[in-house]
Design a protein around this ligand. Structure first.
Ligand code: SF4
Ligand code: SF4
Length: 450
């Protein structure tokens, strides 16, 4: 048998195995469309292999063409070409009032001094905010996706998360333990990952990580000063299956679950640091002095993508983040940032296409508050939440980076990072495999109470 024949059989068998395994993985993920396409491709490769073995053994030109195409495909997959020269890692350096975040403003009560003073300064927000206040609201029984099981579970998670904040009043142990920065960092990293964190990162706390003023509760209007040198960002994973029916009930059940889990990790870490005799603050749901995605991006957990959320390289935006600021000695180096994710985001736009509120821009990044970035229309997004009753998450689960972190998607993400041509093809292929606007899955039976 000629070497070319052996090579063709080996190549076809590798492709066949890859596509068959990809089909099985997709069926297991319940991605039927992707599974059928991968199965059809395996079938096509089998036919090709049979043709080469049985019918066309003498056609040298055809074999040469086939081997050249395979060589080209391998160059595309394996040759590193980042194609990211035009991108920089940038984050806005302007400080924001917490009340400028629409989620903080929702709790302003008409007639109170906080309400009046905020809208005197920002009359442009008054009408859209009041329109949202006239909708059923988050977790309301009158909202579009109301479902007693998932909404009550979310309510329970939010209540417990709120109680965690009581731990903030715990005193610092007066007897301080001497610790070494590198060892403390390793300990914290290993402990958090072992007890539920998906990823963890360390950074120097910067002024622009902090809100300028508090915008919620009794401390509203108080200025926020930088009082710690370090920030630790902890990301936890939101379950893929629970997010698939987004914007229906499981999405708010899962996001509240992960607010709770990230809150537990941050509170545990804060209490531990105080026990060692150092200062620490947990920034958890409803109690933030920092803008978590900015801290997490600087800590190397990912980049801020088109939808304005942290995009991690492993599971994209399918995370919730909590932050701990502290003065315990810590040693860490500057983080590396994967700019290929920005390039992918620039080409993809899937989140903008699926957003029911048209809140995500379809345009390229623009210079805003000192950084090139995308800015979503949070008022439109929040308005939709007040109708749906959930925190939606349609953009999160539709993102090509949000697929489960198994061998198949890890290989695709590796290719996206490694080679520009692969990246361009991956944008198109995600549409072909999962749809330009992926279908909304139905709620799993086990969450239905009736
Ligand atoms: S869906 Fe596409 S454009 Fe949107 S954040 Fe994800 S990768 Fe970026
Ligand atoms: S959460 Fe929903 S409404 Fe908000 S930006 Fe994402 S898709 Fe749009």
């Amino acid at each position: 048998m000629a070497y070319s024949d052996i090579l063709i059989r080996v190549i076809c068998s590798i492709f066949l195995l890859f596509f068959l395994a990809g089909a099985v993985t997709s069926f297991l993920e319940k991605e039927i469309r992707a599974g059928i396409i991968l199965l059809a491709t395996s079938f096509f490769i089998s036919i090709l292999l049979l043709l080469f073995i049985c019918i066309l053994p003498e056609y040298q030109v055809l074999k040469l063409i086939f081997l050249s195409v395979c060589l080209l495909a391998m160059i595309v997959v394996f040759f590193p070409v980042s194609g990211t020269k035009r991108y920089n890692f940038e984050t806005p350096t302007k400080r924001f009032h917490e009340a400028d975040a629409v989620l903080s403003r929702r709790i302003l009560q008409a007639g109170t001094s906080d309400y009046n003073s905020y809208y005197e300064k920002h009359p442009e927000h008054k009408n859209p905010d009041n329109q949202a206040r006239n909708q059923p609201g988050l977790l309301s029984s009158k909202s579009k996706y109301f479902d007693s099981g998932t909404f009550s579970a979310a309510e329970a998670n939010f209540i417990i998360t709120d109680h965690l904040y009581a731990l903030a009043t715990l005193q610092i142990n007066k007897k301080q333990t001497r610790v070494e920065g590198d060892k403390t960092k390793k300990f914290i990293e290993k402990w958090m990952l072992q007890t539920g964190a998906h990823s963890i990162g360390f950074t120097a706390l910067k002024d622009y990580h902090l809100y300028s003023y508090k915008g919620r509760g009794q401390e509203s209007g108080q200025s926020i000063e930088k009082d710690m040198p370090h920030a630790i960002a902890i990301a936890v994973e939101m379950d893929h299956d629970m997010m698939k029916p987004a914007p229906a009930g499981t999405t708010v059940m899962e996001s509240s679950e992960q607010y709770l889990q990230s809150g537990i990790l941050a509170s545990k870490l804060t209490t531990y640091i105080k026990e060692l005799g150092y200062a620490a603050k947990a920034h958890i749901d409803g109690h933030y002095e920092v803008i978590c995605p900015l801290v997490a991006a600087d800590a190397g957990l990912g980049i801020i993508g088109r939808m304005g959320l942290l995009m991690t390289p492993g599971i994209g935006p399918r995370v919730r983040i909590a932050v701990v600021t502290t003065d315990i000695p810590l040693e860490y180096s500057d983080a590396n940032h994967d700019l290929t994710m920005l390039d992918f985001c620039n080409r993809c736009k899937k989140c903008a296409r699926v957003c029911p509120a048209n809140a995500i821009p379809l345009t390229s990044m623009k210079e805003l508050e000192g950084a090139y970035r995308w800015k979503i229309n949070s008022e439109r997004c929040y308005h939709f939440w007040t109708i749906s009753g959930t925190d939606c998450g349609r953009c999160v689960i539709s993102c090509p980076y949000a697929h489960p972190n198994n061998w198949f998607h890890q290989f695709i993400r590796w290719g996206i990072k490694n080679n520009l041509v692969f990246r361009v093809m991956a944008v198109k292929l995600d549409d072909i495999f999962y749809g330009k606007k992926p279908k909304i899955k139905t709620l799993p039976n086990w969450v239905k109470l009736k």
